[in-house]
Design a binder for this molecule. Structure first.
Ligand code: CMX
Length: 441
């Protein structure tokens, strides 16, 4: 891992100097105000974190180190004869801030191939769970079992200078990333394919190999995995999975513990689990309507029924975005190229034409547009991956790219323990009466 580590060292040293000077000069500058409503309502819009790997614009969507998804599709290296970016290239970009050459991306593929062996006790830990266990639970158990391998935990126990924290975190992150596709595929084959496991192919790239180990060697599916792993990787720092990984990492919990914590957050239906909820919702709609080609009117009625039952329409809305998610658009483009006549994919597009005006008419939803999860499941179903409870595991494998690149930066920049101030309603009332304060020192 020498070349990449050397590159990162140069970048992080320069950033440390820059941030030190920035804080020296501007550290006391006030960066915004906080309302009482924000304190009670999920801290929306409060800037309180630095995440270098990507930035989310409410109108335009995500940019990874300044590059939009269409730009990444053009400029990141691709697999031979492929047209989608290699996620290895995105990881390089997030870690170093520079676009990788083909050689740089291949270097990462090679390192991850070499470090991909998963110890047997990880499979034994997964096997100890009933087959009925949700795949995300199996996944997090697998990651936790892999924690026995943590260099950071060992080096910290031996006594580690804080200047060197990032180095074993880097090693852990690379090894974790190398092994996650195997763990994910193992869970899929165990739960849905009678434990008929498929050996990794040492010649394939990271996402291609994941597709292969899942049992889908179709060229289109491999390309889908490359796109899927790229677009789900990062969404700046405040989302539940990224923020949790960062928060837990700030206690110097090693990368395995931090990532597992983050993925427990991804497993929530308002976050990553929404990808399974979307397909479940569409399948239930098809069943209830008795057709796999519902009209817009039928969809509209079903959406209204969902809302009248006090449920959310999965795949729609976002805490930050205020336009159609470019990750949805990228998948829609993929669908138009690879499967324009697929009935389920067409239903997803019809839902896209139907849902936003209905949500808008409620008057309370800040973003009526689709997010990443509204589309992903239909593309997977097209290739035969219909077991929707597994979908969040794919999201989790991809999300590791972003949160691990960020965790390396967190330790490289020496970020401290994260510890915001909280208040009680009693204290808020006293503050409103002018008898107390609700901000920290
Ligand atoms: N369907 C129905 N109601 C919705 C809705 C939806 N898709 N999206 C938001 N609302 C409701 C909220 O529940 C809230 O209602 P109350 O005031 O009655 O509590 C109101 O509209 C205002 O919410 P908001 O400020 O627009 O949205 P939030 O920032 O609070 O929540 C999110 C964002 C994503 C949790 C929400 O839009 C949602 O629940 N969407 C459906 C689940 C989903 O697709 N999640 C995946 C997000 C992407 C990801 O992380 O993977």
């Amino acid at each position: 891992m020498g070349i990449l580590k050397d590159k990162f060292t140069a970048k992080v040293n320069a950033s440390n100097t820059e941030i030190k000077n920035l804080l020296k000069e501007h550290g006391s500058k006030v960066a915004g105000e906080v309302t009482l409503a924000q304190i009670y309502q999920g801290m929306r819009g409060i800037t309180g974190l630095v995440t270098e790997t990507s930035l989310l614009d409410a109108q335009e969507g995500i940019r990874f180190r300044g590059y939009s998804i269409p730009e990444l599709q053009q400029q990141l290296p691709k697999a031979p004869k492929g047209d989608q970016p290699l996620p290895e290239g995105l990881f390089y970009l997030m870690l170093t801030g520079e676009l990788p050459s083909e050689e740089d991306a291949n270097y990462i593929t090679d390192v991850w191939q070499r470090r991909s062996h998963v110890p047997n006790h990880v499979f034994a830990a997964i096997d100890a769970l009933p087959v009925s266990t949700h795949p995300m639970t199996m996944y997090v158990v697998g990651v936790m079992a892999l924690q026995t391998e943590s260099y950071f935990a060992k080096r910290y126990a031996e006594g580690l200078n804080k200047k060197d924290y990032w180095e074993p975190v880097f090693d852990d992150a690379m090894i974790l990333l190398a092994r996650l596709p195997r763990i994910a595929a193992y869970i899929y084959r165990r739960k849905y394919k009678n434990s008929e496991h498929i050996h990794p192919n040492g010649l394939l790239d990271w996402a291609g190999n994941l597709a292969h180990m899942l049992g889908y060697d179709d060229k289109g599916f491999m390309e889908l995995m490359r796109l899927y792993m790229t677009i789900h990787a990062d969404h700046e720092g405040g989302n539940v999975s990224a923020h949790t990984t960062h928060l837990v990492g700030s206690a110097l919990s090693d990368p395995y513990l931090s990532y597992a914590a983050g993925m427990n957050g991804l497993a929530g239906p308002l976050h990553g689990l929404a990808n399974q909820e979307v397909i479940k919702w569409i399948f239930e709609m098809q069943e209830s309507l008795g057709t796999d080609e519902p009209s817009k009117e039928q969809i509209a009625d079903y959406v209204k029924k969902t809302l009248s039952e006090g449920k959310v329409v999965p795949g729609y809305g976002h805490a930050v975005l205020r336009k159609t998610d470019p990750r949805f658009t990228a998948q829609m483009e993929f669908g138009k190229n690879y499967m324009p006549d697929d009935k389920l994919v067409n239903t997803v597009w019809k839902i896209y034409e139907t849902v936003p005006p209905i949500l808008q008419s409620l008057g309370k939803i800040k973003n009526p547009w689709p997010n990443v999860d509204a589309h992903s499941g239909a593309l997977l179903v097209h290739y035969g991956l219909v077991e929707y409870e597994f979908y969040t595991v794919l999201f989790a494998v991809s999300r590791a790219l972003g949160v691990m690149a960020s965790l390396i930066w967190d330790r490289g920049l020496g970020f401290p323990l994260e510890r915001p101030k909280s208040v009680t309603t009693e204290q808020v009332k006293l503050w409103l009466e002018g008898k107390d304060q609700i901000w920290g020192e």
